[in-house]
Design a protein around this ligand. Structure first.
Ligand code: IPE
Ligand code: IPE
Ligand code: MG
Length: 237
């Protein structure tokens, strides 16, 4: 595949950033920004379905986000739990299948239970795959993969000389999913913040200055249009 103008991305990944600044601009507490951000999630899930996108990965909480004040973490976890409880039925109706990647055992028990329940009740759906990155850090994911590969090598079930990128990727939490074609980051920051470092090697990147709570279907459509104007070369000419 060389110099092909892509059409619709199969997999979109989003770093949903800027909730706190959106709230601060309005003299509101940060948690109100997170609440408003949840509405954008609903919009974008719907938008992806309408556009025929197969996979949507949302960076919802990073490994590093555990360093935030306890009050903010609690608010985020409560919001997550509420979101899962309220939206599972809707997701199911929309044929959305929920997945999660990250160190999920670090989530509070009630969040984990709501997550497991939402994943189980949407497991047979065949439409959009929605992948939530929660307590997720790409370096941790890569370390976990390296560790399981090393164990397999020691156990004699994997030949270290035969290791290739396909085998490596099969040990990542994202093994069931294709790599993202398009990475979107809101709020204008030009960094990856430990998100899918391996998987976005050849993703097209679109950065928008809008804060996440302002990101709506039209913004998703604009990002997809920009993507479709790009020329993906994958190192070829
Ligand atoms: C993104 O918004 C949500 C999470 C990281 C959980 P932020 O909370 O990072 O908002 P800003 O970047 O401080 O504005
Ligand atoms: C990245 O946003 C993580 C999520 C969107 C969940 P951050 O706000 O945590 O990233 P930095 O701190 O600006 O790099
Ligand atoms: Mg941020």
């Amino acid at each position: 595949m060389s110099d092909t103008a892509p059409d619709i991305p199969r997999h979109v990944a989003i770093i949903m950033d800027g909730n706190g600044r959106w709230a601060a601009d309005r003299g509101m507490p940060r948690r109100d920004g997170h609440r408003a951000g949840a509405e954008s999630v609903r919009e974008v899930v719907e938008g992806c379905k309408e556009l025929g996108i197969d996979y949507l990965t949302l960076y919802a909480f990073s490994s590093e986000n555990w360093n935030r004040p306890k009050k903010e973490i609690d608010a985020l976890m409560n919001l997550l739990k509420r979101f899962l409880k309220e939206k599972t039925k809707e997701m199911h109706k929309q044929n959305v299948r929920l997945h999660a990647i990250g160190r999920l055992h670090l989530l509070p028990d009630d969040c984990r239970a709501a997550l497991d329940n939402a994943i189980a009740s949407t497991a047979n759906n065949t439409g959009l795959s929605l992948i939530l990155a929660l307590s997720y850090g790409s370096r941790e994911e890569i370390i976990d993969a390296a560790s399981s590969i090393a164990k397999a090598a020691v156990a004699g079930t994997l030949d270290p000389d035969a290791l290739d990128s396909e085998t490596f990727a099969a040990h990542l939490a994202t093994a069931p999913f294709p790599d993202p074609d398009l990475l979107i980051r809101t709020s204008g920051e030009l960094r990856l913040s430990n998100f899918l470092l391996w998987q976005i090697s050849y993703a097209e990147i679109v950065i928008t200055p809008k804060f996440w709570p302002e990101f709506k279907k039209a913004d998703l459509r604009a990002a997809i249009e920009e993507y479709s104007r790009r020329h993906r070369r994958f190192g070829a000419v």
